[in-house]
Design a protein around this ligand. Structure first.
Ligand SMILES: C[S@@+](CC[C@H](N)C(=O)[O-])C[C@H]1O[C@@H](n2cnc3c(N)ncnc32)[C@H](O)[C@@H]1O
Length: 376
């Protein structure tokens, strides 16, 4: 398999070389983030030196790669990352608009929160990806399908034990980052990547022991231009429903599904998403659902405020109201076959500083980042 590295620094739109004044966090564009091949050795050297840099300079590492600010640094541990285009250097000042997340030995490159393009690659933070990544139940030798792979984080976690992993995403930019991350973390050809709208390009004969997904789940009016990674269609369940409808065709007889999703409920509190589960699936599989953010209020008001300027807002709002929806739930959903071998564990909490624990705060942060970009 090819390895991939970003060829172009991403300080600003266009192809200008960075100057000192450009070494500030700034959005990048889809075009300026094309990824290109690099050798296995170069990727491994970069991985090693980034770990060393983080161990030796934890605060600078956090400032540069998590907070997105330039740092002054005299050493040479960032040079391999610069050779791959992940960071830029101007004298002693280093900067990047990529966000790097460390998950034990894994390093995962995503876009930064400052990127506003709809095809932005989902930045990892105090969010549900890490929760699911920690809670994945992968058995040695498993064959795994990751739907909506984004940066590839779930595929990378699964590939530690799995025999093979197939990672699909509709967004080519996400696939390029995921391939880069697979190569950076030394997974060689254990993960294969495919552009696909959910199952469309997944071979119907291909059966998986585990299907995992953290799909887009935020309800958004049509034409909102919202991030592809979060736009779950008018009710937020477009991709989740497609997964639930098709998953049985892709699971082996004792396979399982671990996914995140949202679902509305009405006054009687029944989760509407579960109604989209085909009868056969509901009969033959055990289903466990856990609410991630057990807050008394759902963040509907935040959604309404955020999308109020979108031209299709009125019809979307009317649709939500006339459906009788009262609460929007953020869920962890697990299906196991009745003869399944595995008794999955509870999804574990990620370390406290990485888990926000509040659905409303989580959404506020997503929307705030989006609005701030209008001021750039
Ligand atoms: C919330 S992000 C999750 C990314 C990554 N799996 C994670 O957990 O961090 C959702 C991902 O689903 C992808 N996606 C959106 N619609 C899709 C579709 N119809 N088919 C496949 N992938 C889709 C987005 O491009 C995005 O990468």
């Amino acid at each position: 398999m090819n390895s991939f590295v970003p060829t172009t620094p991403v300080y600003a739109r266009g192809n200008a070389s960075p100057t000192a004044s450009m070494l500030t966090p700034c959005r990048n564009s889809a075009e300026s983030c094309s990824l290109a091949p690099a050798s296995k050795e170069a990727m491994a050297a970069c991985h090693r030196s980034l770990h060393k840099f983080r161990r030796g300079q934890p605060q600078s590492c956090r400032k540069l790669f998590e907070e997105g600010f330039p740092i002054d640094y005299n050493g040479d541990l960032l040079s391999p990352a610069r050779d791959l285009g992940l960071v830029e250097r101007q004298g002693v000042t280093w900067a990047t608009t990529y966000r790097l997340t460390w998950l034990r030995e894994l390093i995962v490159v995503t876009d930064h929160f400052t990127v506003r393009d709809p095809d932005r690659v989902f930045p990892l933070s105090e969010d549900e990806s890490l929760l699911l990544a920690r809670g994945l139940v992968v058995l040695p030798g498993d064959s795994v399908l990751d739907i909506g792979t984004g940066s590839g984080i779930l595929a990378l976690c699964a590939a530690r034990k799995a025999r093979r992993v197939v990672a699909v995403d509709v967004n080519p930019r996400a696939l390029a980052y995921a391939q880069f991350n697979s190569a950076l973390n030394g997974f060689g050809d254990r993960i294969s990547f495919q552009q696909s709208d959910v199952f469309t390009e997944v071979d119907t004969d291909d059966q998986f022991d585990l299907v995992v997904s953290n799909p887009p789940v935020i309800p958004a009016p049509e034409g909102s231009g919202f991030f592809l990674h979060s736009d779950g269609g008018p009710e937020g369940v477009q991709v989740s429903e497609t997964i639930l409808r098709g998953v049985a065709d892709h699971l082996s007889s004792d396979g399982r599904l671990q996914m995140l999703c949202t679902s509305w409920s009405r006054a009687e509190n029944e989760l509407t998403l579960l109604k989209s589960m085909p009868d056969g699936l509901a009969r033959c599989w055990n289903c466990r659902v856990q609410e991630l953010y057990p807050e008394p209020l759902s963040p509907i008001q935040l959604l309404l405020e955020h999308f109020s300027e979108v031209s299709s807002f009125d019809s979307w709002h009317q649709r939500i109201e006339s459906s009788g929806f009262e609460r929007l739930h953020y869920l962890y959903l697990e299906l196991t076959s009745r003869n399944g071998l595995v008794s999955p564990t509870e999804p574990q909490e990620v370390c406290a500083d990485r888990w926000n624990g509040s659905w409303a705060r989580r959404l506020e942060r997503l929307f705030l980042a989006y609005r701030q970009m209008d001021n750039l």
